[in-house]
Ligand binder design. Structure first.
Ligand code: NAP
Length: 213
């Protein structure tokens, strides 16, 4: 089934984006700031889909104490903030006829990448949390998206091949509309899925029923 959103609530911190789509309504949201999250539903009467997209990659620091601090920042940004936002909008999603939670994770959730180990740790945490959401909210389509390197501000100057974000976005929408719950939207991500996709899904099904067997 295709989505045709009437309103798109787009979160921003300091500067609103430059979208000319008249369905876009800008809402102030800093995913690392609790009150900002808790206020989010004040002016949102209904919601079908929440997308946790905010992310930031802090490269690995040589100093272990600094590295631990960076991990804490990225856990707030990639794990606790998204879970807090989901909790806040859950009553709205529970009233939706077709609710979905979409978490932008990364193919780096499945194995650590040199130079960004703490980032990978935080994305692995969001991956497992997304599996947990699927167990807890069976009536909600809880989707993990696992992109490979993609041409955005995050990868500016990167020497590796980068996926086109518009193509990836279209692939993500099509996969969500098709009812999928794990999405590998580009060539590099699909190579990861070919390696581990089925075993991960099989383990998720097996572990999900472990304590009820
Ligand atoms: N690009 C890649 O290669 C790649 C690969 C795999 C996964 N991802 C994931 O995809 C998602 C999107 O990343 P991107 O590549 O589009 O990166 P990006 O161009 O750097 O955009 C990141 C966005 O996150 C927002 N953000 C950061 N901290 C925030 C906060 N505390 N509250 C609210 N918004 C915040 C930024 O807002 P401001 O404009 O206010 O700074 C920015 O709009 C991230 O979760 C990233 O980890 C990216």
């Amino acid at each position: 089934m295709q989505y045709s959103p009437k309103i798109i609530y787009a979160g921003y911190r300091e500067h609103r984006g430059d979208s000319e789509d008249d369905r876009v309504q800008w809402v102030s949201l800093d995913i690392q700031h609790h009150p900002s999250i808790e206020r989010i539903t004040d002016n949102i009467p209904a919601l079908d889909v929440v997308i946790n997209n905010a992310g930031y990659l802090i490269p690995t620091a040589a100093d272990p104490a600094e590295e631990l601090g960076n991990l804490k920042v990225m856990m707030d940004l990639h794990l606790y903030g998204p879970l807090r936002l989901i909790n806040t909008v859950l009553p709205l999603l529970q009233r939706s006829p077709r609710p979905a939670i979409i978490n932008m994770i990364s193919m780096a959730a499945f194995a650590s990448v040199a130079g960004c180990e703490a980032y990978c740790t935080s994305k692995a945490a969001l991956h497992t949390a997304t599996q947990g959401l699927r167990l807890k909210h069976k009536h909600i389509q809880c989707v993990g998206v696992y992109p490979g390197p993609t041409a955005t501000d995050m990868t500016a100057g990167s020497p590796v091949a980068l996926a086109d974000p518009w193509v990836s976005a279209a692939n993500i929408v099509a996969a969500v509309e098709a009812g999928q719950t794990s999405v590998f939207p580009d060539t590099a991500a699909q190579a990861v899925e070919a390696l581990i996709g089925d075993p991960v899904r099989e383990l998720e099904a097996r572990f999900g029923g472990l304590l009820s067997e």
